[in-house]
Design a protein around this ligand. Structure first.
Ligand SMILES: Cc1cc2nc3c(=O)[nH]c(=O)nc-3n(C[C@H](O)[C@H](O)[C@H](O)COP(=O)(O)OP(=O)(O)OC[C@H]3O[C@@H](n4cnc5c(N)ncnc54)[C@H](O)[C@@H]3O)c2cc1C
Length: 455
């Protein structure tokens, strides 16, 4: 099960003998190493995940099932997702006839991710999901994210937007949209930011006007919208914050709307264009496989939206998805930090340079692998501890969410877990995003010149 890539230019990792796939490192043909042993330790030995089977909602996720999901999920990340990473980042997304085109190599992993159930692992079984605990979804997503963060963003945003419809939509909206989103037929987004309203979301100018038939006319510009449009799916469903005419200023006056790019008919077929225009895509420093778009809603006065939740309560509804996105951002820090650590470790084991510190005066001393040098070891140990710290923090947070999902609101533990999540979620985003960058920077150092070049 352990695959090796032919060496190219500089030392590459050796395959590792692997008797117990689920509890050992897995190494791939794309040089993606996932620390299955560590993930297993956190979930099983530290968080005692199997206790969740005592709750009705997770009763099917016993140890054996979770191990099988982890093993297969990591195999999917390695075999199907990771091969698309380099090419999709190199080619990036582009605009063609006013629509966004994703790199061709994203198509298969996108399709298979939804078809095989990996994308919607945490979604409700009622709506085509697997109903797995958030911590199990996080573990599989660590692999998908390390394999291709742009693809992971598609999965997370689409199922996150579907969950908004599930939590706040009418029965009609649920019927029309959720299943299609959880199957990847429809892509999903979250639209908060505007050109002059970033951190200050409450300064948003996008407006909504009741049409009298239960729908609203949406008008405004949203910027920085991840996966704002794509040819990977047949339609894109936007979750848009807008102010209903006459509503208070600031976040207290924002409402949440479901706004499809193309209208969906009663029978589920696609209808007319809903006056949503892709104005441009950002030329980012990285993450090129995930398009970040500027969108114009209702330039022709014909964009219709459907209210999710109550009027003026949009911000608190949107927080459900924003909190998921915070964990998603933190996961990019962990997944990329971990991948960078494993690459640096493999390189340090093989790259021969200099002599051992105890033999610096011996001109005949043999050259050693750089992992023998204390400074390199120090860098590697720092990376390892940061990666393990990020993983522990993130998985414990997902575990608190799992508890919350199972607990009755009257249970005294419900409030404790809810407060714990309020504290941990922003901490995860802030700390893991920064620490992930630190870890990658140290990996670049260990890799020397190779760290600053592409294959
Ligand atoms: C890759 C990418 C994907 C994104 N995806 C989405 C998406 O899907 N949907 C979406 O709605 N948005 C998205 N965003 C937008 C993102 O949420 C905003 O960039 C973010 O909210 C910050 O807004 P801004 O860029 O306008 O920065 P500004 O708000 O202009 O902030 C600039 C700087 O000033 C600081 N600052 C601002 N206000 C204060 C204050 N009061 N006190 C102290 N410091 C302050 C900020 O921390 C920052 O350092 C994305 C952005 C990127 C880069």
């Amino acid at each position: 099960m352990v695959l090796e890539k032919k060496s190219k230019g500089f030392p590459r990792p050796h395959p590792q003998k692997n008797k117990y796939l689920a509890i050992k490192n897995i190494m791939s043909s794309t040089d993606l190493t996932l620390d299955a042993q560590e993930i297993h330790f956190i979930l099983k030995d530290w968080l005692n995940l199997s206790r969740l089977t005592e709750y009705e909602c997770f009763k099917d996720f016993d140890e054996e099932t979770v191990e099988m999901l982890l093993e297969e999920g990591m195999r999917f990340a390695i075999d199907v997702v990771a091969p698309s990473r380099m090419e999709s980042d190199r080619i990036g997304c582009s605009m063609e006839n006013g629509r966004i085109k994703s790199p061709e190599c994203m198509k298969e992993p996108y399709r298979k991710g939804f078809e095989l159930g990996w994308a919607a692992l945490n979604a409700s079984p009622e709506y085509g999901g697997q109903g797995a605990p958030a911590s199990v979804g996080l573990a599989v997503n660590e692999g998908v994210n390390a394999g291709n963060p742009g693809l992971s963003a598609h999965f997370a945003l689409t199922t996150g937007a579907a969950r908004l419809v599930e939590s706040f939509g009418t029965d009609d909206l649920k019927k029309k949209y959720i299943m299609k989103m959880n199957r990847g037929d429809f892509n999903g987004t979250m639209c908060l930011s505007e050109p002059h309203a970033g951190s200050d979301v409450g300064a948003g100018l996008t407006s909504a006007e009741a049409c009298g038939d239960g729908t609203y006319r949406i008008k405004g510009t949203k910027s920085w919208i991840s996966n704002g449009d794509t040819d990977l799916a047949e339609n894109t469903i936007h979750a848009v914050l807008a102010r209903i005419k006459g509503a208070p200023d600031g976040t207290a006056g924002l409402s949440l709307f479901l706004v499809p790019h193309t209208l969906v008919e009663e029978d589920g077929s696609l209808g007319e264009w809903n006056d949503v225009t892709v104005a441009s895509i950002e030329n980012k420093m990285g993450l090129h496989s995930s398009p970040t778009a500027m969108l114009k809603f209702g330039e022709n006065g014909n964009c219709r939206g459907w209210l999710l939740g109550e009027e003026n309560k949009g911000m608190s509804c949107m927080f459900q998805m924003m909190n998921e996105a915070r964990i998603g951002t933190a996961l990019i820090g962990l997944a990329n930090g971990a991948a960078a650590y494993h690459n640096a470790l493999s390189y340090a084991r093989e790259r021969v340079q200099g002599v051992h510190i105890s033999k610096v005066r011996d001109v005949d001393a043999p050259r050693v692998a750089i992992i023998e040098h204390p400074a390199v070891r120090h860098n590697l140990m720092q990376m390892k501890s940061k990666v393990e710290g990020m993983r522990a923090l993130l998985y414990a947070t997902a575990n608190a969410l799992d508890e919350l999902t199972c607990l009755d609101k009257e249970d005294p533990l419900y409030e404790t877990n809810s407060m714990l999540l309020d504290i941990l979620t922003p901490l995860c985003k802030g700390w893991c995003a920064e620490t992930g960058i630190d870890t990658v920077r140290t990996a670049i150092q260990v890799l020397g010149g190779v760290g600053y070049t592409k294959d």
